[in-house]
Design a protein around this ligand. Structure first.
Ligand code: DAH
Length: 332
């Protein structure tokens, strides 16, 4: 019997070492220690032995059983740690992937246009100022020389906010109200740009969005001329688009500038694109901000950031910028 047990133990030890996973260890555990195992069967036969023999055989059986348990436990622990290593390995995130430029996230193309323009103007000595998106009627229209009921107010499909008196509070329709806020709070000389989000009750199409972005520029100083305005527009165009892009001014009308102009950009292929408006700050606007037009003159300009981003990247539909389709946005 001892010999049989030794052989059994040797076979069992080999099988345990060979077990490849925890399921196999579990099956071996049942086979080697369960009710129908060699050990259990031998134990049942002990009753037929003499007292001395029974004691020795019983002790030997217990030793073998303890050894089998030890071997099973050992193999189980080994496999458990293998499995953990394996799982960790399979769940590991390969962070080296992030080193490959195209997979790295980046800021939205409009945000980058915004920041690029800020950088250009800061480089030209301008400060960057922001104003509130919810405005009062005075800053958005009144101080900009749109009297109440003035037809030019209809140029803007204004979204009003249900606050205070009817039509007294609105979502700003342009960044021009920030000009007023700058003149009210800082005295001249002023050299500032004012980027921001603006709102109009427009239906989204390839060239319009109800929420879009503009950047405004304002210079107020002594002896500021229309030539300074034209030079500034040209300097910014060349810096942003490249030296082979040109700008031109066309006469236009805005209540807050006199004279007023629209400016276009000429692409290297010769085509002209309308970009924004500009002009000399209207004396009434200077007066509304407490400045004497005899002493101070200024120029202002404003244009859409989203359109600029479209032009620079050759995108043909404004709506694409705001669908948040990562496959589209990651190209820019
Ligand atoms: N605020 C005008 C608009 O949204 C754009 C504009 C035109 C801004 C002329 C200016 C300006 O500062 O001088 O249509």
């Amino acid at each position: 019997m001892d010999h049989d047990l030794d052989a059994h133990l040797a076979d069992a030890a080999a099988a345990i070492v060979a077990a490849v996973d925890l399921d196999e260890v579990r099956a071996l555990d049942a086979e080697l220690l369960g009710r129908r195992s060699v050990i259990s069967t031998a134990k049942k036969r002990l009753g037929g032995l003499e007292a001395d023999e029974r004691r020795d055989a019983g002790r030997r059986l217990n030793e073998v059983r303890a050894e089998l348990e030890r071997l099973l436990d050992g193999r189980r622990t080994e496999l458990e740690s293998d499995e953990r290593v394996h799982r960790l390995e399979s769940e590991r995130l390969d962070l080296t992937e992030l080193d490959r430029g195209r997979r790295l996230g980046h800021r939205h193309v409009v945000t980058r246009t915004w920041e690029h323009l800020e950088d250009l103007f800061v480089g030209m000595g301008y400060t960057v100022v922001e104003g509130p998106e919810i405005e009062d009627e005075w800053h958005n229209f009144g101080a900009l020389n749109f009297p109440l009921g003035h037809p030019a107010r209809d140029m803007y499909d204004t979204l009003y906010v249900d606050y205070g008196e009817s039509m007294s509070t609105l979502l700003r329709t342009h960044t021009s109200p920030v000009q007023i806020r700058v003149m009210e709070t800082t005295g001249p000389p002023i050299y500032s740009v004012m980027p921001g989000r603006v709102f109009r009750s427009d239906t989204a199409d390839a060239t319009h969005m109800p929420v879009f972005h503009q950047i405004e520029g304002l210079v107020v100083d002594r002896d500021t001329t229309f030539g300074d305005l034209a030079g500034t527009i040209q300097a910014f165009t060349a810096a942003y688009f490249g030296a082979d892009f040109e700008s031109r001014l066309r006469p236009s009308y805005f209540p807050f500038t006199e004279p007023s102009a629209e400016f276009d950009i000429r692409r290297p292929d010769g085509s002209w694109l309308e970009l924004g408006g500009c002009g000399m700050v209207h004396p009434e606007v200077l007066r509304a901000c407490g400045l004497d037009p005899e002493e101070w003159q200024g120029f202002a300009f404003g244009f859409g950031l989203d359109r600029l981003a479209l032009m620079r990247h050759g995108i043909d539909d404004l709506r694409e910028l705001f669908r948040n389709d990562h496959r589209f946005l990651s190209q820019f």
